[in-house]
Design a binder for this molecule. Structure first.
Ligand code: ZN
Length: 278
């Protein structure tokens, strides 16, 4: 089977070295294997994503010499597909409306966190009666849709991490995750998993900060009967003090570097220098 990788940035700013490294990793793996490299813009969060950043990402990638196969998939143009996925999960009784605000959750949680640093949701609204849910929805209260993870886990699942083999999934460590909010029909977890399946991605390369989310993504794949890619989570770029390179490092946007006279080859060399060995 031919390899298909992807780079799926959110257009919330100009590309900096860390996403350039992610793009490069996925692109190289595809090109070395004679496979396909896809580009997807994860722009569901309309409050943070901007069209000019989307355009800049394409331009910066081209400047780096990174080419992609086929059309760029733009998530905001496919909301109905995420809604349909959500409906399919909901039809199996695995979703429930949650009316809690962040403050509610902070107050009720006994401080445990999920692997991605969010407060672990204590499941408050899971226990509301159907009547109460209906009444609050009719009254116009805002709500999110959460996955009842305990009910959703029907079998022991694993995912394949390159170099490590099968890793047992523990999606329950995320609690009942939000799969949709009123202003967005799909969460990151839902949309990314949907699109990897739809686009036939066979190898997901991404930063190790997303490795824990794979436990959840594997559960969604299982619920929807989607194919399961192999995963290769890579070390994040760090500076000389070991600090993770992040968007706040403004000087590190490709545009800035280009403005300072750097060539694409210089950027590639910088990425190599910031790459944590091992
Ligand atoms: Zn709630």
């Amino acid at each position: 089977m031919s390899i298909v990788t992807r780079f799926a940035p959110s257009p919330t700013g100009y590309l900096h070295l860390a996403p350039a490294f992610r793009a490069l990793t996925a692109w190289r793996r595809a090109r070395e294997a004679g496979g396909k490299f896809l580009l997807r813009l994860e722009d569901i969060d309309t409050a943070r994503c901007r069209p000019e950043f989307a355009a800049a990402i394409l331009e910066d990638l081209a400047w780096l010499g990174i080419d992609w196969d086929g059309e760029v998939r733009v998530q905001s143009q496919h909301l109905a597909e995420y809604r349909a996925t959500l409906d399919a999960v909901g039809a199996r009784g695995l979703l429930y409306p949650c009316f809690c605000t962040r403050a509610d959750i902070a107050q009720s949680a006994s401080a445990p966190h999920t692997p991605d640093g969010a407060l672990l949701y204590p499941g408050t609204c899971r226990h509301l009666s159907l009547d109460e849910r209906q009444a609050r929805i009719v009254a116009g209260e805002r709500y999110a849709l959460r996955l009842d993870v305990t009910r959703a886990v029907a079998a022991r699942l694993t995912f394949d991490e390159e170099g490590e083999g099968a890793i047992p999934c523990r999606p329950e460590q995320f609690g009942d995750v939000v799969l949709a909010r009123k202003d967005a029909p799909g969460s990151y977890h839902l949309c990314v998993t949907h699109d990897d399946a739809l686009q036939g991605v066979t190898l997901v390369t991404r930063g190790e900060d997303l490795k824990s989310a794979t436990h959840l993504h594997r559960l969604l794949q299982s619920l929807m009967g989607w194919p399961v890619p192999t995963y290769a989570h890579h070390a994040l770029l760090v500076d000389t003090t070991g600090r993770r390179l992040a968007k706040r490092d403004r000087a590190m946007t490709l545009r800035e570097l280009r403005g300072q006279g750097c060539s694409a080859a210089d950027v590639w060399a910088m990425i190599g220098a910031f790459r944590r060995s091992g």
